[in-house]
Design a protein around this ligand. Sequence first.
Ligand code: PLP
Length: 442
Amino acid sequence: MNNTSHIIHRNLRHQPPTATSASGMLIHDASGNSYLDASGGAAVSSLGHGHPDVLAAMHAQIDRNAYAHTGFFTTDVAEELAARLAADAPGDLDHVYLVSGGSEAIETALKLARQYFVESGQPERTMFIARRQSYHGNTLGALALGGNEWRRQHFAPLLMDVARVSPCYEYRDRAPGQSVDDYTLCLLAELEACIVETGPERVIAFCAEPVVGATGGAVPPTPGYFRGVRALCDKYGILFIADEVMCGMGRTGTLYAIEQEDVVPDLVALGKGLGAGYAPIGAVLARAPIVARLRDGSGVFQHGHTYMGHPVAAAAALAVQQVIRRDDLLAQVAVRGAALRRLLERTFGAHPHVGDIRGRGLFLGLELVRDRDSKEPFAPELKLHAAIKAQAMACGLMVYPMGGTIDGRRGDHVLLAPPFIATEADLVEVVGRLGEALARAL
Ligand code: PLP
């Protein structure tokens, strides 16, 4: 432990290595070690580190205008970013609220949804429904919404009441012999029962990650699940919020992960890959009728943050969008994602402790189990995620391992989210180092 640090680090007993420089897929530390970044931190650095086009756009914006408070001004760069996001979003998700990260985006979505109903003459709507396997951020509203029990435990008395339903977690929850369609219908019946029990007239919105990230290790939905969710939300007049903070912005092979489900949410939260690590930025996309209701009603959204719409962050995010389009990176994600999946299946397909390999695009996860046949998880006392992270770092690799309890059941996962610019040789190296780290940790 280095006692000279004044930073309250995430782990108060551990001083992390000091990152000194980074480029492409590599991060270098002050001790001369290099790490292959195969998780983009936590699915953030989608273009790798030091991308010249993003840096140039940020430098130019700093020279032009580093800050203009949104209570006084808008800027061309923020307008252009919002227009780009809206143009590429599905359906009539035409309006964009720019913030500084994922939790702020979720808080914004919750408040926008609530104000929409207040201005629609339905102030009795106060409840949100979310899934047990979910992480939506660490601020109090977002924390209340998420299902991560460990993160919530100290703060439970401060959190709003949220109704919860089962996740769509086929590997664990589809019964032997149950068809995928049947499993999906059971989940939708549970959601409908939850809406009815809560009182449809009291529900504001259902919120879910299209592909679950931090609490599941890239868990994709079953076919038709989100179409069913959309139909239930429409039936009961409640909003559907898609949390694309981790899975959005190209990570799954389409700009928005929900595009692959063929539904249009009412609100979409973005973060992480939006700024790709170059600037702290998040956003909420809202469908036209939601914004029209506020515009034609009170005329103001009662919300706001000092750094919202920050011009340099907007310049970074706009450059990221331009690079993704110019270099056809969504197609690249599909190709490299398929290659990484093949490599993982070849290397770990018969591994005694790898129960499942899953995900979409360059957003892939391994579920680790003590026993493949019974799917028995490892004991929590082993703190496997910490051991895997430490061993991976020792092998010069950054992956994102997680362990947690959902519905009283334990799970350990490793999430991989390499940059869209990774070559096939990079991915071979990633899987080789991961194999070594797992061999040491398990
Ligand atoms: N939503 C999801 C799905 C996330 O994965 C995260 C962060 O991991 C958040 C929200 C919160 O984002 P941030 O950490 O930028 O506040």
